[in-house]
Design a protein around this ligand. Structure first.
Ligand code: VTB
Length: 313
């Protein structure tokens, strides 16, 4: 990449986040998502680059915009693959809950795993505990090893888990190990990145979430020096078929952050829609809209926070 396109992408996520935030608490997740998708796609098409959506809103026949394989951008300039979620955690927005972002990951051609949208079992830690996690080890062992790596007592370890029935056993095991559980109703992109952020208060993410979210999170985690390990965990035959159709044969394979998002051309750009562990949400006042974004770039390792005040038009 010949320039920091991630800084141009921040205008895209800002616009998508603002569009989505107008739908907070209105009970309509499709409208919230559509607003973000429309805005993201329109803004992409004003940027001088040639992007291919590798992870987006779904297959072409299901998603008219930002579908897998769609070309975006003016079409000249650098070529890159994109993994996007114009609105990650649509339910959080619809129901006025916690933790939603708009996010773009870009990388060199072929650098992002074109994962089918199925479940994956995940464990993610920050830089100091990156070598302490093991998807095949027990919950107790992982927590103990992470505590040791962080120089903390097990009782001071906080594990973030998606609040789902399927995680009841996991949550009990975390408590039995002596650690604390925090839950999120949605948004395990920000959730998986949280342990890599020094002030998030989160030491680990564990549990089953979407694979596309794993790829998005992996780019940021890699840039920040943390680690995420994932393995496909199809919930039904449909998901098994989607994995097989994608040509993935080895269901036991454990994917690291680098397997999901590789190379040093990666960028991660996100804007908060609703407050979460990574970013504050969009704030509306009578004359101004304030957005909070983060921009990370693998080649330099730079992490930028961008707060922007937008005039209300
Ligand atoms: C998670 C969550 C996402 O999907 O990945 C989840 O972080 C997994 O699916 O925000 P289930 O909702 O079926 O558990 C989202 O909720 C939406 O993409």
């Amino acid at each position: 990449m010949d320039r920091n396109l991630a800084l141009e992408f921040v205008r895209v996520t800002e616009a998508a986040a603002i569009a989505a935030a107008k739908w907070v608490g209105r009970g309509d997740k499709h409208a919230a998502d559509q607003a973000a998708v429309d805005e993201m796609r329109a803004r992409f098409n004003q940027i001088n680059f040639s992007g291919t959506v590798v992870i987006g809103e779904g297959a072409k026949d299901e998603a008219p915009e930002l579908y897998t394989g769609e070309k975006v951008g003016i079409g000249t300039g650098p070529e890159m693959d994109l993994a996007v979620d114009p609105l990650e955690a649509t339910d959080s927005v619809a129901h006025g809950r916690y933790n939603a972002i708009s996010v773009i990951v870009a990388g060199a051609k072929g650098s992002l795993l074109g994962a089918p949208d199925v479940y994956m079992d995940k464990i993610a830690a920050g830089p100091r505990a990156a070598k302490a996690i093991d998807l095949d080890a027990s919950v107790e062992k992982n927590i103990k090893h992470v505590a040791k790596a962080l120089g903390k007592d097990v009782k001071d370890i906080t594990v973030l888990v998606l609040e789902r029935e399927r995680h009841e056993k996991l949550m009990q095991e975390i408590r039995d190990a002596g650690a604390r559980v925090r839950t999120i109703t949605d948004g395990d992109v920000a959730g998986a990145i949280a342990p890599s952020m020094p002030d998030s208060g989160i030491d680990l993410l564990m549990g089953i979430g979407a694979s596309t979210e794993a790829v998005l999170a992996a780019a940021a985690i890699k840039i920040l020096g943390g680690e995420i390990y994932c393995r496909f965990a199809p919930k039904d035959e449909k998901q098994q078929k989607a994995i097989a159709d994608a040509g993935i044969k080895d269901l036991d394979k454990i994917y690291s952050a680098d397997d999901l998002a590789h190379g040093n051309q990666l960028t991660f750009t996100a804007t908060g829609v609703i407050d979460g562990p990574l970013l504050r949400g969009v704030q509306f006042t009578d004359h101004m809209i304030t957005t909070h974004s983060i921009v990370m770039r693998a080649s330099s390792g730079t992490v930028r926070y961008i707060t922007a005040n937008h005039k209300v038009k």
